[in-house]
Design a binder for this molecule. Structure first.
Ligand code: HEM
Length: 110
């Protein structure tokens, strides 16, 4: 670590990379298709997105957490239309979180 002493805490701030046009095309736009794995996605370096860490100490629950998320999201979107009205921004609290209380409406899908 160069000139840092051994007790130095080093934190990565992935948000800096996520919002950088050096790594992402139009980083401030909501473009979920940028993550498609069918070959159409933009060329994103595989180590730019490591929410579960990497290497021997990476998250032991990664696959479990991903499965839970897939099941939850698919059931939610299958059964409900989600609506949100109002302004929303983000603030930094170790993670990026909504800057105010959120209130979503779940409408039954027909
Ligand atoms: C979206 C959900 C989750 C995220 C984003 C997440 C993220 C992380 C991250 C960043 C680490 C540190 C990795 C490192 O030091 O390089 C970690 C460690 C760990 N996570 Fe998760 N995690 C999630 C869910 C879970 C779940 C559901 C479990 C258990 C069922 C779990 C169990 C663990 C364990 C045991 C470690 C410590 C691994 C070690 O130090 O050897 N995590 N997680």
């Amino acid at each position: 670590l160069g000139r840092f002493c051994i007790e130095t805490t080093v934190e990565l701030a992935p948000y800096v990379h996520y919002m950088s046009s050096e790594y992402f095309v139009e980083p401030d736009r909501f473009l979920p298709e940028r993550w498609l794995r069918d070959g159409s996605a933009l060329n994103i370096h595989p180590y730019l997105l490591t929410p579960f860490g990497h290497g021997p100490r990476m998250c032991a629950g990664r696959r479990f957490a991903e499965q839970e998320l897939y099941v939850l999201l698919s059931k939610m979107l299958k059964n409900f239309r989600l609506e949100y009205s109002g302004d929303l921004d983000m603030k930094f609290q170790v993670l990026m979180v909504p800057d105010r209380p959120t209130s979503f409406t779940f409408k039954d899908r027909l």
